[in-house]
Design a binder for this molecule. Structure first.
Ligand SMILES: *Cc1c(COP(=O)(O)O)cnc(C)c1O
Length: 437
């Protein structure tokens, strides 16, 4: 915070398409999609109009005992595009709460579904997982820097190694490893399934860990294992949902239907806070009963199902259709891959990972040994500061540079973004004296 106070703060006043414009009138390309939320660019007329129209009706009314048309229509629309089998929608207002809802729903489900089986109330998650910043979400997360301070507040969860192929926990290489990292996971499930309510996972891409991409077939195997051991699969699609990976939801790449699915970031096209937890009819049924059975799901937020948010989320889905967002994204994903190729040549680029319209470039001190830069060199930070000087806004994850443009970004703009990243990495790592910035 002291450093931030000393730096020249950047105050964003306006936006247009892939650009953000500060109070001084400087234009920047939005290389993080405003932290992974924006899809169709800023000030999209359809999205702007949806909020204005809803504002002429009502800004907010509660979902406690009532409902509203945008919330109803959006729930229907979400079920139409979600992995097959998800049939029910529970609203909340950010990714962390969508995850909390999934965890609590899983626990209450097992209590009501088969109380005689004993408590199924713990969770399995991957190391380096990030599921949000609230206490429950942190309990099933594992990003040392963000989480270690709060350990005393967390509930116990079981951890397994992630498929971080560049730094394989088993020191194996894909594909000859044949995904051997799944064996310890099966072992854990075998041992703990009686007490495990669910396995929570970021499907295909562990985002905050540095965009760790799982090998093809990994998620499908996790689904099979969860089914085999009677543990609910909770897909946290907060980052991967809404086209980011090239399909509407990451689970759809491997024809996987999770038992619970958390969505938020792209849900409103980056306009308003809104989240939802989707689930199956099977789970929904376990929450039905007589009043005095108190089987209802005991969770709710003041702004749940906010009509302005739901209206703009509906407009977001409309834009997907009208602008053929997913169809037009496919060639741009290929272009991104092609544009990233030359970066392999940089002496401090250790790994480049891409999944859909997400790219991550892992910087290392030593390319051969894959030795990371010492934390205090702040390489990621310095590269993003350099990119900012050339009109591109980025935010690093440690020493990993992440590029995540709005899905609507055209090929030419994308090329400019990648060129800026390339130049910034070359400049900063080339001249680095390894002293703190
Ligand atoms: C961002 C994120 C969250 C948390 O969402 P918030 O809206 O920031 O609370 C949860 N899970 C994943 C995978 C995320 O990327």
């Amino acid at each position: 915070m002291r450093e931030w106070e000393q730096e020249e703060p950047l105050i964003i006043e306006r936006g247009k398409g892939p650009y953000l414009i500060d109070t001084e009138g400087n234009r920047y390309l939005d290389g993080t999609s405003s932290i992974w939320v924006n899809l169709h660019g800023h000030r999209h007329p359809t999205l702007d109009r949806a909020i204005k129209r809803q504002l002429d009706k009502v800004a907010h009314s509660t979902l406690f005992g009532l409902s509203n048309p945008p919330a109803i229509q959006l729930a229907r629309a979400l079920i139409r595009i979600a992995p097959k089998g998800l049939a029910r929608v529970f609203y909340s207002d950010n990714g962390s709460t969508a995850v909390e809802v999934a965890l609590k729903m899983a626990v209450q489900y097992w209590q009501q579904r088969s109380p005689e089986a004993g408590p199924k109330h713990s969770f399995l998650h991957l190391k380096l997982a990030y599921h949000g910043d609230t206490i429950g979400a942190v309990s099933v997360g594992n990003i040392e820097l963000f989480h270690s301070r709060f350990k005393s507040l967390l509930f116990h969860a079981v951890e397994a190694d992630p498929p971080y192929c560049y730094r394989c926990p088993l020191s194996l290489t894909y594909p000859s490893c044949r995904m051997a990292c799944l064996d310890p996971i099966e072992q854990i499930l075998k041992e703990h399934h009686r007490t495990l309510a669910g396995f929570i996972i970021e499907p295909l891409v562990q985002a905050a860990a540095g965009m760790l991409t799982s090998p093809p077939g990994y998620l499908k195997r996790i689904r099979e294992l969860c089914t085999k051991y009677n543990v609910l699969l909770i897909a946290d699609e907060v980052a991967t949902g809404f086209g980011r990976t090239g399909k509407m939801f990451a689970c759809q790449h491997e024809q996987v239907t999770p038992d619970l699915m958390a969505i938020s970031k792209g849900l409103t096209g980056g306009y308003m806070p809104l989240a939802a937890t989707l689930t199956t009819d099977e789970i929904y049924q376990a929450f039905l009963g007589k009043y005095e059975d108190f089987k209802t799901f005991f969770h709710g937020h003041s702004y749940t199902g906010n009509p302005l948010s739901c209206a703009v989320a509906l407009a977001n889905l409309e834009v997907f259709k009208k602008d053929k967002t997913l169809v037009r994204l496919q060639p741009k994903i290929k272009t991104m891959a092609r544009l990233l190729q030359p970066l392999w040549q940089l002496p401090h680029v250790g790994d480049i990972r891409q999944r859909g319209f997400i790219a991550a470039i892992e910087l290392v001190e030593d390319k051969k040994t894959r030795k990371p830069y010492p934390l205090e060199t702040r390489m990621g930070h310095r590269v993003t500061q350099e990119a900012r000087r050339h009109g591109l806004l980025l935010r690093p994850l440690g020493h990993i540079i992440v590029l995540l443009p709005p899905l609507s970004t055209d090929a030419l703009t994308l090329a400019r973004m990648v060129a800026t990243v390339h130049r910034a990495i070359a400049t900063v790592t080339g001249t680095s004296s390894l002293t703190p910035a």
